[in-house]
Design a protein around this ligand. Structure first.
Ligand code: AMP
Length: 319
């Protein structure tokens, strides 16, 4: 097993959010009169304020948590809805985490739409938003930790985005410590991330249930993503090939050798995109495979770039 030390040493943490926050009065500044009013979403800018509030309000309540990087869409809202259905208090966080970006361009271009996000969250009756005023607020109590990730963090996204999962584990561990939820909701769109987070919380014996939620797609089949906002209408049409290729694999592959189907899929992807990978892997171990066996679970995973925008998707394979 690969033993991974997740370091807390980091370069200067830059906070992505640079919009004016004047409209949203920090709950902590409103005074105690508001404490019993949970009808409107509360916005917290510091972890200390959020923790004090939760200690008071969440004592006998179950808490659900949905961490996001903002530029919210129906995919994110589906996680909030699941949390609302399962738990008494739903906390969402919006934080574009600098430590998980391995390309500075990607970080700089990541969409920020705080005003629209807040409206969407209020629309689904999210109870609490943690909107850190800076990255230091999230990272201030960080301590290093070690995790055995095995191949989980070495294949696919781990291989193609060096350091990405270190940053993801660092921030998710910190956010889970701040919010201390009973359940935390992650999209299966980022299936490898979901698997790595489940592995991390299990190994660290964190008292949280990690819930995986189905991928939400546009009517066209394109997986919803904050990065879709960076695509032109023409590029969005081109991007459809990603889902179509995954569906093709879902339809075609059977028990036995899958190499020819993956090769054909890659050829298909190449017509409209610059593919990074197209892989069939075991759902539990994420080990890439060329042969499918009975009674095992598999998924097909794809990453492709269109006009410099990196899109990720995956689909279940039935055998
Ligand atoms: P992000 O803001 O991209 O970090 O995503 C926050 C959470 O929303 C992650 O758990 C994602 O997997 C999830 N998510 C993003 N897009 C979708 C989608 N189309 N369907 C379901 N979950 C999603």
């Amino acid at each position: 097993m690969q033993h991974k030390r997740v370091s807390s040493d980091s370069p200067t943490l830059i906070c992505k959010r640079n919009v004016s926050l004047k409209r949203y009065v920090s709950f902590a500044n409103e005074g105690n009169a508001q404490i019993n009013n949970l009808l409107e979403m509360k916005v917290f800018y510091t972890q200390d304020e959020l923790k004090s509030f939760l200690q008071l309000r969440a004592k006998d309540k179950s808490v659900g948590f949905v961490p996001t990087m903002g530029a919210l869409h129906e995919g994110h809202l589906s996680l909030i809805r699941s949390s609302k259905a399962d738990t008494d208090l739903t906390v969402c966080s919006i934080f574009v985490n600098p430590t998980q970006f391995n390309e500075s361009n990607d970080f700089e271009n990541y969409p920020v739409t705080i005003d629209a996000d807040i409206e969407l969250l209020e629309g689904v009756n999210c109870d609490i938003l943690y909107l850190p005023e800076n990255a230091e607020d999230v990272y201030k109590n960080e301590v290093s930790f070690s995790i055995e990730t095995g191949v989980l963090s070495e294949v696919m996204e781990g291989k193609n985005r060096p350091g990405h999962f270190d940053g993801v584990m660092r921030v998710v561990k910190l956010l889970l410590e701040i919010v201390a939820p009973d359940k935390a909701y992650f999209g299966l769109k980022d299936f490898q991330q979901y698997t790595i987070i489940r592995n991390m919380t299990k190994q660290l014996d964190m008292k949280v249930e990690i819930v995986g939620c189905p991928i939400v797609r546009e009517e066209s089949g394109l997986a919803m993503s904050s990065r879709n906002a960076l695509l032109s209408e023409e590029d969005k049409k081109k991007a459809l090939i990603i889902y179509q290729t995954l569906k093709y694999l879902q339809d075609k592959v059977q028990i036995g050798d899958v190499t020819q189907w993956v090769e054909k899929g890659l050829e298909q992807l190449q017509k409209n995109t610059t593919p990074e990978y197209l892989t069939i892997a075991e759902s539990d171990t994420l080990l890439p495979v060329s042969q499918l066996e009975k009674e095992k679970k598999y998924r097909a995973f794809a990453v492709a770039r269109i006009g410099g925008v990196r899109l990720i998707d995956n689909i279940e394979i039935f055998v």
